[in-house]
Design a protein. Sequence first.
Length: 183
Amino acid sequence: MFFSLFITFFKIGAFTFGGGYAMLPIIQKELVEIKKLISEEEFMDAIALAQASPGSVALNTSVYVGYRIKGLKGAVASTLGSVLPSFMIILLIAMYFFRFRNNDFVDSIFMGIRPAIVALILSAVYQMWKNSRKTYIKLFASIATVGLVVFTGLNPIWIVIAGAASSVIYHKLYWPFQEERER
């Protein structure tokens, strides 16, 4: 199982461009749909925890999934699998990129990769929205968050903190009354 976790995250890390959010649809397909190592709900929890933790969302997700499946050793195997491809690629780029940095062919490749990365990130957002429990409050909060980040330049950390505080307040004040009304 340790080798399987390592190989799974190695493949994900090696063949995904665009960073953590671009990796999420691939992680979901591999772990939830193909290998069925975790449920859809556990995957959503992993993303939420990964986003709330410092560091890359893909790396944090790999740590969570590895730990969830095989404890500390599983977390180490998943993390190494996730990080090693990027490390090797960056090492190779650092060693040889200066030779090709002004090459028109290389520039064309990067220009072609950018739209694909945007599409992967939008795919991750769509999958997370599709699999979440939708309410008008969550829709409003999502739109308001995008607006605050894009138009005000507000640091996303403050938005995450405000979201967490709002959720705690909502569930402490409103939720008990909601449950009582439903009885």
